[in-house]
Design a protein around this ligand. Structure first.
Ligand code: SF4
Length: 129
């Protein structure tokens, strides 16, 4: 959410996800430059607000289909955060995969997912049935 003020300042609002406190953050921008960040209770909130305002990123967690395993799907996650705009496409890529058990925790599932430079790895072991 954002609002434009008469004096050409622009304020964007974010909810910090750094801890359960959930501080409501405001980023004030003037002529395309961040001039003030408000609402944070700690330094992490300021870092989050700046990142979220300029280049929002997320860690992706989902599951991938596995044949011959004790369970039919394997939890996976990106090894780092990816641009927020790529999250749905990374999920689509992973939902289109089919692995063969066994799979070990940390095993590479997709290298450089969609050219993001971030690998996708297994979040747990999945033995054969
Ligand atoms: S600003 Fe700090 S205290 Fe507030 S939600 Fe973020 S991490 Fe938690």
């Amino acid at each position: 959410m954002s609002e434009v003020h008469r004096d050409d300042t622009h304020v964007s609002h974010y909810l910090c996800i750094g801890c359960p406190l959930g501080c409501r953050l405001e980023v004030e921008e003037e002529d395309g430059e961040i001039v003030e960040i408000r609402g944070q209770s700690c330094k992490r909130g300021e870092v989050f607000a700046r990142q979220e305002h300029t280049d929002p990123r997320r860690v992706v967690t989902t599951t991938v289909a596995v044949d011959g395993g004790r369970w039919p799907r394997l939890p996976v996650k990106t090894a780092g955060d990816v641009p927020k705009g790529a999250v749905v496409d990374v999920c689509r890529l992973l939902h289109g995969l089919r692995l063969e058990a066994p799979v070990a925790i940390g095993q590479l599932i997709a290298a450089d997912a969609l050219g993001t430079g971030v690998d996708v790895v297994a979040s747990r072991d999945l033995p054969r049935k």
